[in-house]
Ligand binder design. Structure first.
Ligand code: SF4
Length: 96
């Protein structure tokens, strides 16, 4: 580095410029604004309450077992996801 020009043709003097600190990029907006939904399929008893409450987030496979359609649904889905959690008789759904 040192006297190598940067992309704009400038030369960085390492003696005059302190070491750069690497700052991690902020998480993607989707990670900040969206919920984190998880399921434990092994506990699912195929009642279907979750799909009725939040069809954009949950579905069922051919055996009726829950399928997570969107593990990071937008915040506006929170009431429906919460309703799905309340409707689930087997405590399958987690929300973080
Ligand atoms: S409500 Fe619970 S038990 Fe019923 S299908 Fe959904 S995850 Fe499975």
């Amino acid at each position: 580095m040192g006297d190598q020009p940067d992309g704009a043709g400038r030369v960085r003097d390492p003696a005059a410029t302190p070491e750069l600190t690497v700052v991690p990029a902020p998480p993607a907006a989707r990670d900040v604004e969206n919920m984190k939904v998880s399921i434990d399929k092994d506990k699912c008893i195929a009642s279907g309450g979750c799909v009725f409450a939040a069809p954009e987030v949950f579905d069922q496979d051919d055996d009726g077992i829950v399928v997570l359609l969107d593990g990071n649904p937008p915040e506006n889905q929170r009431p429906r996801v919460t309703e799905a959690i309340d409707a689930c008789p087997a405590a399958v759904i987690g929300l973080g």
